[in-house]
Design a protein around this ligand. Structure first.
Ligand SMILES: CCCCCCCCCCC/C=C/C(=O)SCCNC(=O)CCNC(=O)[C@H](O)C(C)(C)COP(=O)(O)OP(=O)(O)OC[C@H]1O[C@@H](n2cnc3c(N)ncnc32)[C@H](O)[C@@H]1OP(=O)(O)O
Ligand SMILES: NC(=O)C1=CN([C@@H]2O[C@H](COP(=O)(O)OP(=O)(O)OC[C@H]3O[C@@H](n4cnc5c(N)ncnc54)[C@H](OP(=O)(O)O)[C@@H]3O)[C@@H](O)[C@H]2O)C=CC1
Length: 288
């Protein structure tokens, strides 16, 4: 059954030029799929296409193409799927990998910054899934994988992104149920905060990956290829009975690593005492 997966399938991978997305693109090409990579920086996309084309046979149409697309922009998302269908006439797989955030304490996140992260990591994924459904998968089926993060305990210093990814995890479940009868499976992959690539690292003013490393059960960082393996498994017919699920690729980090936030010593969360509680509770606190 893997033949059907390998030959002539068509995948759209956002953020497919760098880091995890690059590894997914490379693996899908190796498996025989046609791949469309999409993100904002066209030069970066072109460079990845040139590099990856060197690893595959020349065909017409070429098995790898790029479409510049900011997933926050509805019209660009629409254009991405139109171009994919014009070139290949079908769409089997969608990997919503493009995204990111900046380090900032929650109290200091500006509304503009909040909106930028939510639009990228939640609304963008929603628009991508909805348009894939509308233009192709609603009628023909398909498989979607959404990229999350390690967010189950909250994400201090990245609260905006944690909120967005938790939203995507829930969307993943809703789509999995609503679209099952269209033959669509929808799953998610949650990488630990530990998947090293040069492009991921350069987004941060400090060496976040060096800070994370000693606290991982694996005692090493993860590779983009290790995340890609989970994505490609979920896309494949080997995962035909898996939908609405999240696969964690974190070397056990979510079970063991501390949150990278130190709570200062304080006495601000006082215990409840019953005497004090009764008196306090009966005192009028407000006129409302
Ligand atoms: C000390 C604690 C140690 C903690 C260790 C924690 C461990 C963390 C491990 C990390 C794991 C890795 C996770 C990854 O996800 S790696 C992938 C990273 N890749 C990216 O993040 C790339 C994509 N990111 C972005 O494009 C941007 O971050 C953004 C999502 C915000 C979108 O940017 P866009 O270009 O569209 O928007 P702007 O640049 O115009 O910004 C809009 C407003 O957002 C605010 N902003 C943006 N950057 C920052 C910043 N660095 N600090 C504070 N605020 C920021 C700001 O309000 C912008 O508006 P203005 O420019 O007008 O001010
Ligand atoms: N590395 C890690 O440890 C972890 C990564 N993740 C997530 O995995 C995904 C891949 O990250 P990774 O490969 O590590 O890092 P990278 O920074 O290499 O990849 C992020 C990719 O997303 C693209 N992107 C960002 N914003 C948009 C947008 N608005 N529209 C389209 N594409 C966009 C970027 O391209 P461009 O700038 O050209 O648009 C880039 O190719 C991200 O969602 C990331 O947050 C989650 C947890 C941990």
């Amino acid at each position: 059954c893997l033949e059907e997966y390998r030959e002539f399938s068509v995948a759209v991978v956002t953020g497919g030029a760098t880091g995890i997305g690059h590894a997914v693109t490379q693996e899908l090409l190796y498996l025989g799929c046609n791949v469309v990579i999409a993100s904002r920086k066209e030069e970066q996309l072109k460079q990845a296409v040139t590099e990856l084309k060197g690893e595959i046979e020349e065909t017409s149409p070429p098995r790898l193409m790029h479409v510049p697309c900011n997933i926050r922009q509805e019209l660009q998302v629409k254009h991405l799927f139109e171009e994919t269908l014009k070139q290949y006439g079908k769409l089997d797989y969608l990997v919503n990998n493009g995204g990111g955030q900046f380090l900032c304490q929650a109290a200091d996140i500006s509304k503009k910054g909040w909106n930028a992260v939510i639009e990228t990591n939640l609304t963008g994924i929603f628009l991508m899934c909805q348009e894939a459904h509308k233009q192709w998968m609603g009628e023909h089926g398909g498989v979607i994988v959404n990229m999350l993060m390690d967010m189950d305990r909250g994400v201090p210093m990245m609260a905006h992104s944690g909120a967005a990814r938790a939203g995507v995890e829930n969307l993943t479940k809703s789509f999995a149920v609503e679209w099952a009868h269209h033959g669509i499976r929808v799953n998610a992959v949650a990488p630990g905060n530990s998947i090293y690539s040069e492009t991921a690292a350069k987004n941060y003013p400090i060496d976040v990956f060096e800070r994370v490393k000693p606290h991982l059960p694996a005692k090493r960082l993860g590779t983009p290829e290790e995340v890609s393996a989970a994505v490609c498994f979920l896309l494949s017919p080997a995962a035909s009975y898996i939908t609405g699920e999240t696969v964690h690729v974190d070397g056990g980090g979510r079970l063991y690593s501390p949150l990278f936030w130190t709570v200062p010593d304080h006495k601000m969360l006082q215990p409840f005492h019953s005497n004090q509680g009764v008196e306090e509770a009966t005192k009028p606190k407000s006129k409302l």
